[in-house]
Design a protein around this ligand. Sequence first.
Ligand code: NIG
Ligand code: FE
Length: 377
Amino acid sequence: MAMLVQQGKIIWIGPQGKLRGQLGKKTTVKAEHDLKNQLVFPSFIECHTHTIFAGSRAAEFEMRNQGVSYLEIAQKGGGILSTMKATRKSTASDLLKSTQKRVDTFLKQGVSTLEIKSGYALDLKNEIKVLEVLPKLKGPRIVGTFLGAHARPPEFETNLQYIEYVCEKVLPKIRKKNLAQRVDIFIENKFFEKEESQIYLKKAQDLGFQITVHANQLSLSAGADLALDFQALSADHVIHLDDRLIRKFAASKTTAVLLPMADLYMKCPYPPARKLIEAGAQVALATDYNPGSCPSQDLALVGLLARLEMKMSLPEVFQAYTHGAACALGIEHEEGRLEVGKYANFICTEADLSDFFYSAGMTPDHQMFIRGKCLKI
Ligand code: NIG
Ligand code: FE
């Protein structure tokens, strides 16, 4: 097969023998790549990460592993709030340096589009500082998400007061400065509950943001229903789902983003992937890379867990890490499949498809093209 690319987008795919006939007499071919008999497939889209943060929570993991719960740690000022303190203190240039390193780690695994959430600064000045770093990152396409409602910072007494501050002072500023197109919230009992979440989501939608939700991670809470009612692009984690919710996903355009590596670290059950897929819901996979609940960037392990623990087939894992993830980000008209009109973002390899998502920590040797250009790593 052959593929013609113009300005980064695929304009033709067909048998190699028909390639010359596709080119006009005056067409200048800028570059030609002979991929021999390599396997070619769409590069990966990592649609849920918290890649920009400062500090470390490695010691907290030891506590958790000795039996202290995530919630107890959070209530003692650890957890998200400890990352918040470090991130507020950090400078934009330090954040850029540490984040670029992590972005490179994703790039090396064949990630051409990477979602990154803010949400570890939790005040106007520092959330802006964080979001302004994102366009400076090099390598993959970065999709930024404002996760204002991640946790309540200590300067506010109630969640409602904080949500009102975010709605009045922060969201309009982010919109005006065009720092993110997407807004996220962590909806969970004892974190952000139904009423305050509704206020936040309504405001975000009124301002024209796309919505995504951390939903039903720890319990059968209001998150998934709210995400579906607000026609969110995605609802993520979605471990605790009943049959009614599964049917509701299947009837919606909201993608269920499964994050099995976070479930491994959190010793949570795994989401009902088979039920979602068989009901006809759109499903994506991602790392959820963050300093607390998932300090790993290993796509191979995510896919491996999807296969081992959720009984997803290998084609379903590829679909979830390409087209499914594109749907979760609302960019499925641009990326996620090798089709005319989409960006020429692809991986080529001498390995077999079954060598992927097989060995934890290992991506088979490959080359990646982003928008038709071969990446030198
Ligand atoms: O996706 N659930 C909330 N947010 C993150 C965890 C963040 C943290 O612990 O720092 C998650 O798991
Ligand atoms: Fe997350």
